[in-house]
Write a new protein. Structure first.
Length: 502
């Protein structure tokens, strides 16, 4: 008798069912899937995210056919009891501390090693130990992964003569362009399963008290392995070449730019990171894409994604509550409700509208618009982390805790990054067209046209002057406070505007 194998909604690819001796499920094992309604009562997710996850789970169940027992229950405990009674099951290591506690608390559930990543946790622990307690920098980790997995390497040397091609990947958008001149990304077509999911979500909102945020338009992201592979192929063939130079740029009329849009497929488990980076590397070796674009994409997948996964577990469960800066302000209603129409600042209104309408925006709007604004306003990092987790289609606990607590909100005091990532409006103006036609001016700190990001930046530096003056990368910026003849006026203004919609 083979032991049934339980897969969560972010373990949907074939690599979660392949047998690997004691470290994998039994060959041909029956599959258990549980759709737990309590998850949607507990968290107010973006409607598009709820749709995507349920659609992906139900599509996977349809693919598995008679091999799967698919249970719709109120809780995971109830669902597992209905699926197998008291029989033993296996499950791959879940992706959050809460889910791990759950499976370990259940009788006769054997937890297998995690899948869906390039680096095993034991391997990372060994690498971290070699660093002897020093700060575990992403750049060091990334180079180690490249070498260990022979990614973009030529005879022991990095492709193009360097590991890091960021110098070529920080171009502002082309002057006068409203969108990049690249083919559109892959978009899936909805089917009867999507219609069923939408009907169920409508009914839950009416009858079961489940509440969502955001809009659920036509599904934009893959819900099946076949769709995810099509999206990967289209990105590598038609969009990767222009990805590198403009990966940090923003355009009002082109929210996707040349980005891959593969993060949700990776985080649902529909794609394995190895196949993504190997396709990018092959495209470079075949001369189809420049090395800086291939390296930029490989850095995102094999560098940053792996790094964030490892740090989530390495720093421990209490890390999500770090709050070195002592920020305690709650999220204002316009932000929590994705009310972009209430916002005057064009950059923030544009990005909030992108999140409201799609549940996605790329990494620079996340970091340098949404995250930077939250940091400058002193919002509670736990609340900000929860917001990102719920409102993004690719948002999961393990993804957002390090990304928000460590990088975006600097709530860990520098355990993960070497400085806070925030700026005045000049950065947004340089890297986008988002300031065009805005009621505010990125160069103005005071008065009715004072940019909330420019004034907010100086108020943030002043508020944390003592802490940041000891940071080598921030010292010069902090010293700039002494050159502001209108600093007192800036601070008074920002105290008045603290409760206002920007």
């Amino acid at each position: 008798m083979t032991t049934p194998h339980w897969i969560f909604g972010d373990q949907l690819g074939p690599h979660f069912l392949t047998s690997a001796g004691e470290d994998g499920p039994d060959h041909g094992a029956p599959v258990v899937m549980i759709e737990a309604r309590s998850v949607f009562r507990r968290h107010r997710f973006h409607r598009a995210k709820a749709h995507l996850v349920l659609s992906a789970m139900r599509h996977r169940a349809a693919e598995l056919g008679g091999r799967v027992t698919y249970v719709r229950a109120d809780t995971y405990r109830e669902g597992l009891r209905r699926a197998v009674g008291g029989a033993p099951v296996t499950v791959c290591h879940p992706t959050s501390y809460a889910a791990l506690r759950l499976v370990r608390s259940l009788p006769r559930v054997r937890v297998l090693p995690a899948r869906g990543f390039l680096v095993a946790r034991e391997e990372f622990a060994g690498w971290a130990e070699e660093h002897g307690g020093r700060r575990l920098l992403q750049e060091d980790f990334y180079r180690w992964v490249r070498q260990e997995h022979d990614l973009l390497m030529e005879g022991g040397h990095p492709a193009g003569g360097r590991f890091n091609h960021d110098h070529a990947n920080r171009e502002p958008p082309p002057g006068g362009a409203h969108e990049l001149d690249v083919p559109a990304p892959y978009r899936p077509r909805e089917d009867d399963i999507d219609a069923e999911v939408r009907d169920d979500l409508d009914r839950w909102e009416c009858e079961d008290g489940v509440r969502f945020v955001g809009r659920d338009g036509p599904r934009l992201f893959p819900a099946t392995r076949r769709e995810a592979l099509s999206a990967l192929r289209r990105f590598v063939a038609h969009r990767l070449a222009s990805f590198g130079p403009y990966e940090d740029a923003m355009l009002t009329g082109d929210p996707v730019m040349s980005h891959s849009l593969l993060s949700s497929s990776l985080n649902l488990g529909l794609l394995h990171p190895a196949e993504c980076v190997e396709r990018a590397e092959r495209a470079w070796r075949e001369g189809a894409v420049p090395v800086n674009s291939a390296e930029g994409f490989v850095r995102q997948v094999a560098g940053w994604r792996e790094y964030v996964w490892q740090l989530y577990w390495h720093f421990g469960e209490d890390y999500r509550h770090d709050n070195t800066l002592g920020h305690t302000e709650g999220l204002p209603e316009y932000f929590a409700e994705l009310d972009a129409d209430a916002v005057t600042a064009r950059c923030l209104a544009t990005v909030l509208a992108q999140v409201r309408d799609t549940g996605w925006t790329h990494h620079i709007p996340r970091l340098m618009v949404l995250g930077s604004h939250a940091l400058q306003r002193g919002w509670d990092p736990v609340a900000v982390t929860d917001w990102f987790h719920r409102c993004f289609v690719d948002g999961y606990e393990w993804v957002m805790v390090p990304n928000v607590v460590g990088m975006s909100q600097y709530a860990d005091g520098g355990r993960m990054t070497t400085k806070p990532y925030t700026s005045g409006g000049a950065y947004i103006h340089r890297m986008s067209d988002l300031c065009d036609g805005c009621a505010y001016r990125p160069t103005e700190r005071t008065g009715p046209r004072a940019c909330p990001f420019t004034a907010g930046y100086w108020a943030f530096l002043h508020r944390h002057r003592r802490l940041l003056s000891g940071n080598a990368r921030m010292r010069r910026s902090v010293q700039g406070l002494d050159r502001l003849g209108d600093l007192d006026e800036v601070l008074r203004q920002e105290r008045r505007r603290a409760g206002e919609v920007p």
